[in-house]
Each structure stands twice: as structure tokens, then as C-alpha cells.
Design a binder for this molecule. Structure first.
Ligand code: PLP
Length: 390
């Protein structure tokens, strides 16, 4: 038997991938995974070089805290590496249950539910609350997983200009009445810009228009409001809030806290909770211990913002609102060059390029952590100045 000839016209997966990669490379948008061995005190070894990272979200340095690591090790030793199944089958581990109670109490809500990641929390929650016939109003700079959840929901999606209350109100006036339920989606701290959403005004606007407010506070927890988050910082009480265990808590996972009815509904309906394996007990135990540290040490939570302030003052940049400080560069290529300049000085500040940020706004995104040394922050500011970046 003769094998049928493979025609040259057939475009294989490899062909397709090669073409796409070439196109991305030409635009400076190729992304690569760099092996990065993270040690304590924000040290990273990359390509054999030891760098101080200003790109991590481990704001309190808790991913390497001995108490947090011991809690994870103990949970792993006693209960195994993985959860074994979905949380709705046998994966609802005691460590997860304890963490949920702790989170709810900390947030001042009746209940909380933990997901496999912050991304999964938004992906699962938004479609439970809104669907076809409903309206979602999303800040243009909200995190990608808010958009992913919004698109998955099938609700009508309207973007409003970043933090622009007039634009949002205008959209509500024009479109709210045509839909059954409506919800505003915003980050508390915007992840690539470091500015805060005007939560008090957003909450008032939402109330006036019979609309819910969903806040993603991934970067607020542990940093703002004495560690309690953006809403506390701004003196706002939210009915519910989303957050992550993967940043200031130094572990992995995500959560929603709110009324028990909301949490019960999510447990019954959120597909990213139901159809995926529960997070490892060690991750929950680590986050639980990290949360206890965060609660007990508000002075630790004040350090990331203090470091960011120090950096901005040294460079005459506007005062930061969070631990995140962007320096806009422009083109992706220029941002990569800027990253390389700082690497020569021993600092890792990863260039952020489109589509993570809007076209023309490629940037260096600096994030400041409690365990950064003041001297390193000062040296970094000097290096930024010498490189002509600010
Ligand atoms: C990091 C981040 C997430 C995702 O959280 P993970 O736990 O890392 O999946 C969600 N929203 C915002 C604003 C983030 O910065």
C-alpha cells in the first residue's frame, strides 16, 4: 500500500505557529519564559545572574516567610501534595474551610469562597451574576480576567474610560433600563498603573442605577487600608469583593467574600469552582498563616507604599497611590532596552508590553515590597535616572 502523499499546500500547526511567532517578533511582542529562581528578600537568579526584583507582587515577602513555609510543609506532610478532586467531591480540605472562615472574618463579610486562582475566581463568578440580557460596564484598564469573565457571561459588555465617572454615568443613563441586571467591573488598584478606582463614587453611582459593583482587589490586600484593602483605605463598605491569595499572601489561589447567600450560590453555580480540582491544602495553609501575619502586623503592610513613596520622591514622580509605579516608555522595543539597562545594574524590572497595556504605552512596572532594602530602592532610583528613564 502506498502512503497518500502529504500535499505541500497543507498548512500544519507548526507552519501556523512559525508565521505567528515571526509576526509577533517583528512587532517586539514575542514573550518568553525566563527561568527565575526566586530566593528570599526579592532576590532572583536569572541566566546565572543574581538580581533584585522589582517586578514581584509578593508585597510582604511572605512567600519566603519561615512561618508561612512551615505551615505549607506541615499541611503537605499531613494531607498530601494535591487536593485529590473538585472541592465539591472530596477536595474541600479542612485547611481550605479554615481559610475561608478566616478570610470572611478579616473582610467583615458573612462568608468567603476560595478558588484555584484569582483568575478563576473572576472567570467563574461574573457569569453566575450576569448573563444574556444583562449589562456589564467594565473599566477600560480592568484586569484581563475581568474581561474574560465578562465575555464568558454572554451579557452585553460596555467599556467606560478609565476611572471616568461621567462616561460611566452617561452609559448607565443610556443603557441601564434596557437590561435586567447590571454590574460595574473595576480593579481596586489598577495592576499596570498603580492608581485606585474612585470606589466611593462608583458605589454611589451603582446604587443610584440599581447596579452592582464588582471590585477586583488583587493589589489592595496587604498594602492599603492597613492591609485590609482598597475599600478600607477609601472608607467604602463593599457588599462583596474579589481578591487573590497569590500576591501579598505569598501563596496561590483566589477568593470572593460577601453575603452567605452569594457564596452559597457560587458554590452551586461557578463552573471554575465546580469543574476543577480544589487548590492544594498546602497553598490554603500557607495563605491562612500569611493572613494571620498580615492581620497582626499592620506596620509590615505599610512598608511597600513607603518604599514606593521613597522611589517616587527620589525621581520627582507624582506620589504613588499603591505599591505599583509605572514609568511609561512607549514602544515595546524601547521598554525592552530599558529593562536591559536596569539589568546591567543588578535590577530586574520586567518590561510590560501590549496587549497587557494599551498600544504605545509599553512601560517598566515597578512594584515595591516590604523586604526590599532602602539602599536598593535608592540605588534603583539612581539607575533609572542614569538611564534617562525619568
Ligand atoms: C494578578 C491579578 C489577578 C489574578 O490573580 P491570580 O491569583 O494571579 O490568578 C486578578 N486581577 C488582578 C487585578 C491581578 O493583578
Amino acid at each position: 500500500m502506498v502512503e497518500p502523499a502529504v500535499t505541500d499546500a497543507r498548512r500544519t500547526i507548526a507552519d501556523f505557529a512559525r508565521e505567528r511567532l515571526a509576526e509577533l517578533a517583528e512587532r517586539g511582542l514575542l514573550r518568553r519564559l525566563e527561568v527565575s529562581a526566586r530566593g528570599p528578600a526579592q532576590e532572583v537568579v536569572r541566566g546565572g545572574r543574581r538580581l533584585v526584583s522589582f517586578s514581584d507582587n509578593d508585597y510582604l515577602g511572605l512567600s519566603h516567610d519561615p512561618r508561612v513555609k512551615a505551615a505549607a510543609a506541615c499541611a503537605m506532610e499531613n494531607f498530601g501534595a494535591g487536593a485529590g478532586s473538585s472541592r465539591l467531591i472530596t477536595g474541600h480540605h479542612p485547611a481550605i474551610a479554615a481559610l475561608e472562615e478566616h478570610l470572611a472574618a478579616f473582610k467583615g463579610h458573612q462568608a468567603a469562597v476560595v478558588f484555584g486562582s484569582g483568575y478563576l475566581a473572576n472567570l467563574g463568578t461574573i457569569p453566575v451574576l450576569c448573563g444574556p440580557g444583562d449589562l456589564l460596564l467594565v473599566d477600560r484598564l480592568a484586569h484581563a480576567c475581568m474581561y474574560a469573565g465578562a465575555q464568558l457571561s454572554g451579557a452585553r459588555l460596555l467599556r467606560f474610560r478609565h476611572n471616568d465617572l461621567d462616561h460611566l454615568e452617561n452609559l448607565l443613563e443610556r443603557h441601564r433600563a434596557k437590561h435586567d441586571r447590571a454590574m460595574i467591573l473595576t480593579d481596586g488598584v489598577f495592576s499596570m498603573d498603580g492608581d485606585l478606582a474612585p470606589l466611593a463614587d462608583l458605589a454611589a453611582l451603582a446604587n443610584r442605577h440599581d447596579t452592582w459593583l464588582h471590585v477586583d482587589d488583587a493589589h489592595g490586600l496587604g498594602v492599603l487600608g492597613g492591609g485590609r484593602g482598597t475599600a478600607t483605605e477609601l472608607g467604602v463598605r463593599l457588599d462583596f469583593v474579589m481578591g487573590t491569595l497569590s500576591k501579598a499572601l505569598g501563596s496561590f489561589g483566589g477568593y470572593i467574600s460577601g453575603d452567605r447567600t452569594l457564596v452559597d450560590l457560587l458554590k452551586s453555580r461557578a463552573r471554575s469552582l465546580i469543574y476543577t480540582t480544589g487548590l492544594p491544602p498546602a497553598a490554603a495553609a500557607a495563605a491562612d498563616t500569611a493572613l494571620a501575619i498580615l492581620e497582626a502586623e499592620p506596620e509590615l503592610c505599610a512598608l511597600p507604599l513607603a518604599r514606593a513613596r521613597h522611589f517616587c520622591a527620589a525621581l520627582d514622580l507624582p506620589a504613588p497611590q499603591s505599591a505599583i509605579v509605572p514609568i511609561l516608555i512607549g514602544t515595546p522595543q524601547a521598554a525592552l532596552t530599558a529593562q536591559a539597562r536596569l539589568e546591567e545594574e543588578g535590577f530586574l524590572v520586567v518590561a510590560i508590553r501590549p496587549p497587557t497595556v494599551p498600544e504605545g504605552t509599553a512601560r517598566l512596572r515597578f512594584s515595591f515590597c516590604a523586604d526590599h532594602r532602602e539602599a536598593d530602592v535608592a540605588r534603583l532610583a539612581l539607575a533609572v535616572r542614569r538611564a534617562g528613564l525619568a
